[in-house]
Write a protein that binds this ligand. Structure first.
Ligand code: NCD
Length: 311
């Protein structure tokens, strides 16, 4: 099970792989609620985090996850690195590779950059988000959160809403939820749908009431203004009016539907702040909690494969 050297995306994972991560993460979630959170799965290993894009949740949780498993964790301050002096991504990676890290966690603004890097180094590489391509640990933590709250991870109706075009979170979730045999709906303005959306095998609508109808899960996405180079939306006010989630629009979903958001949130743009804080509907904080557990599970599984390979 989980016979992978790297975690580059969800697209390469089977149902069994996904369940292997979630089952192990469940155990770490329990451990993380205890006073002693330490174990030794990564004892003696070195983990380097390279984040070429800003991050709060993902970087902090990869760091905490590595430390709880006993790894030596180093965060490269990319803003202060030689990348600023013109060194290429690959040269930076080769330099770090020469110091014998075991796990390299990479976030990069270009789709495909993490895979390229994985071909140049001899440690395990984890994709912490590459451009608009994939963000596998986010989809896995979302899946764990859904399974804990719905009791299953199949035959659910999940509405993914908002800025789909720019979202690696949406792509990874589409792969994962599809592999686990759920019904996925993409909801948002036509201008924020990715090209070729009709070939993805999911339902698509620009109408929130239709998109949310009968949904078990409503996953909101951030309006990714930094990835937009023009007028994708009429105005933020208009966007909120039509596609922002509030208690009123949520009524179209099932009465027990949960609300998710990967963060960071724009309150009053894609989601109403009061709804985001409503612990009876919103699982946003649990997503963050599960993020640490899922990253511990993935690094544990990859480290086992590293040790197998070394034998
Ligand atoms: C997401 C990301 O960076 O892709 N955030 C995250 O990792 N929790 C989503 C986003 O930036 O909107």
């Amino acid at each position: 099970m989980f016979a992978h050297r790297h975690l580059l995306g969800i697209e390469q994972l089977s149902q069994q792989d996904i369940l292997a991560v979630l089952d192990l993460a469940e155990r770490y979630a329990t451990q993380n609620r205890q006073q002693n959170k330490r174990s030794d799965a990564l004892d003696g290993l070195t983990q380097i985090n390279m984040f070429f894009e800003n991050s709060t949740r993902t970087q902090a949780s990869f760091e905490i996850a590595g430390k709880r498993l006993g790894a030596d964790v180093m965060n490269m301050a990319m803003q202060a690195s030689s990348i600023k002096k013109g060194e290429t991504l690959i040269d930076t990676a080769l330099t770090l590779n020469a110091m014998h890290p075991d796990l390299l966690v990479v976030r990069h603004p270009h789709s495909g950059a993490v895979k390229l890097l994985s071909e140049k180094v001899n440690c395990a590489v984890l994709n912490a988000g590459d451009g608009r391509h994939e963000h596998p640990t986010q989809a896995l933590l979302d899946a764990l959160t859904i399974r804990r709250s719905k009791g299953r991870l199949h035959r659910l109706t999940i509405a993914i809403c908002g800025d789909i075009a720019h979202s690696r979170v949406a792509r990874s979730n589409m792969f994962l939820l599809g592999t686990m045999e759920n019904r996925v709906r993409l909801v948002g303005p036509k201008t924020l749908m990715p090209p070729g959306v009709d070939k993805l095998g999911v339902e698509v609508t620009d109408n929130m009431a239709k998109g949310l109808e009968g949904a078990d899960v409503v996953m909101m996405l951030r309006l990714q203004k930094e990835r937009m180079d023009g007028g994708f939306i009429p105005s933020e006010r208009e966007y909120y009016h039509r596609w922002g989630l509030d208690a009123q629009k949520l009524k179209a979903a099932k009465p027990d539907a949960i609300v998710m958001h990967p963060g960071p949130m724009n309150r009053g743009v894609e989601i109403d702040g009061t709804l985001a804080d409503d612990i009876n509907r919103s699982v946003i904080q649990e997503q963050v909690e599960m993020g640490v557990a899922v990253r511990m599970a993935v690094m544990d599984l990859l480290a086992r494969n590293l040790r197998e390979g070394a034998r």
